[in-house]
Design a protein around this ligand. Structure first.
Ligand code: URA
Length: 430
């Protein structure tokens, strides 16, 4: 079957055969379908969708486009967490070492920034020297010795997703339930895990803007995982404002390290504890979520989790001394102030994410380089009472960027009536 015929058939709403989907993934993996044809089929899938049978075949083909890792010889459960993508989402950086410090192995393979959302890999690479391109032997040895590894997709792990992900980022084809589900689950099922906790973001800064869409994505992800014999729990969590204050790369790592020091913003710590408690439960380290919460809190407050993170940074080539100094950000600092007094009623988290990307914290084209010193700090939260002229956000950029600061200012709505803060964890699906 010629790829152009597959594109036409999906464009016209046909159901793709197993052969068409497998040929497409094989062609993507070999590199012999040009970007424009891959992008056209992605757009057709975005517009027409996939039924559950097509999705199962696409996920399976992507999963088997490379190696499937097997850590069954390492003792204990291997559990990972994945977020569907948000703004200021630095949770993995605090969560993974905290869970590993509690005795559950975490083989975490993360992605790069996608659209307006940041990527854990880009954030980790903002630590000087930190390597995320680990070979299979190094990956296994860190998981064996430290119980933790934070890496990127190697060339041979779900390679089809790597190429599709990079193209989706720049072709307006991200916010599709089947494409997100196949992307996440092909990578996660290739990781050799026993269980998975999913953080499905919902709200203005998420790819899923409504609870209905987020629930559908969560159920789709859980269904694929269960069909593959894994234990999976999905949390639907709020993304109507950035998580914590830091949006960028190194500043987000630094904020995650604050959580590992037993402090950090309340929402960032709460999400770390909630997701970690479930990882510990699925990994059979505790009997229930309450015991998991207590264990996570102890790991954060005692310094065990921080120690685990710092050992990992060193083992992956990073300079852990950066966490002993005050961080330095890009030289141009602009403060975005409240135009009036009142209550913060909404924050357009997507606009904040887009502004951070434009400032250099993300990519507009797949070959763009990220500036790790670009940093945005969002001080105000939904429900806060602010005074006219008080700081809503601070932006650090390489050159003066009044246009970006203006965009950030436009992301805040201030009204007279008090506004309740959104609930962080909205639903649990397992
Ligand atoms: N995370 C992924 O790994 N893939 C997506 O498509 C979206 C979020």
């Amino acid at each position: 079957m010629r790829i152009v015929d597959t594109i036409r058939r999906k464009r016209d709403g046909a159901r793709l055969s197993d052969g068409e989907l497998r040929d497409f993934v094989a062609g993507v993996t070999r590199g012999d379908i040009p970007d424009y044809q891959i992008s056209a089929l992605l757009m057709a899938i975005f517009l027409r969708g996939l039924d559950s049978g097509e999705l199962g075949v696409l996920t399976d083909a992507m999963l088997h486009s490379g190696r499937v890792l097997d850590f069954s010889d390492l003792s204990g459960a291997k559990v990972d967490k994945h977020s569907t993508g948000g703004v200021g989402d630095k949770i993995s950086i605090a969560l993974a070492p905290a869970v590993a410090a509690c005795g559950v192995r975490v083989p975490m393979i993360s992605g790069r920034g996608l659209g307006h959302s940041g990527g854990t890999l880009d954030k980790l690479e903002s630590i000087p020297g930190f390597r995320t391109d680990l070979d299979a032997a190094k990956f296994r040895s860190l998981l064996g010795t430290l119980g933790l590894v934070l890496a990127g997709q190697s060339d041979d792990l779900a390679p089809a997703d790597r190429r599709l992900y990079a193209l989706r980022d720049v072709t307006g084809t991200i916010e599709s339930i089947p494409l997100i589900a196949a992307s996440i689950m092909s990578k996660k099922l290739a990781e050799g895990i026993d269980a998975l906790v999913l953080d499905v973001k919902v709200g203005g800064g998420a790819f899923m803007k409504t609870a209905e869409r987020a629930r559908e994505l969560a159920r789709t992800l859980v269904g694929i995982g269960k069909a593959a014999g894994k234990q999976v729990t999905a949390f639907m969590t709020d993304m109507n404002q950035p998580i914590g204050h830091a949006v960028g790369n190194f500043n987000e790592v630094y904020e995650a390290v604050d959580v590992l020091r037993g402090s950090g913003p309340a929402d960032t710590r709460e999400l770390t504890v909630t997701l970690g408690a479930e990882m510990l439960r699925l990994g059979h380290a505790v009997d229930d979520a309450a015991a998991g919460r207590a264990r996570m809190e102890r790991a954060l407050d005692s310094g065990e989790a921080l120690e685990c993170f710092l050992r990992l940074v060193t083992a992956q080539g990073g300079d852990e001394s950066v966490f002993t100094r005050e961080p330095r950000y890009a030289p141009h600092q602009q403060t975005i102030t409240a135009p009036r007094s009142g209550h913060v009623t909404t924050i357009d988290a997507e606009a904040i994410g887009v502004a951070a990307v434009m400032a250099g914290a993300g990519r507009a084209r797949k070959e763009d380089r990220i500036d790790p010193t670009v940093a945005l700090f969002v001080h105000a939260r939904i429900g806060d009472r602010v005074q006219a002229g008080s700081a809503l956000a601070t932006l650090h950029t390489a050159t003066a960027e009044p246009g970006i600061a203006h965009r950030i200012a436009g992301a805040f709505a201030i009204g007279d009536a008090p506004q309740a803060a959104p609930r962080l964890v909205q639903e649990t699906i397992s």
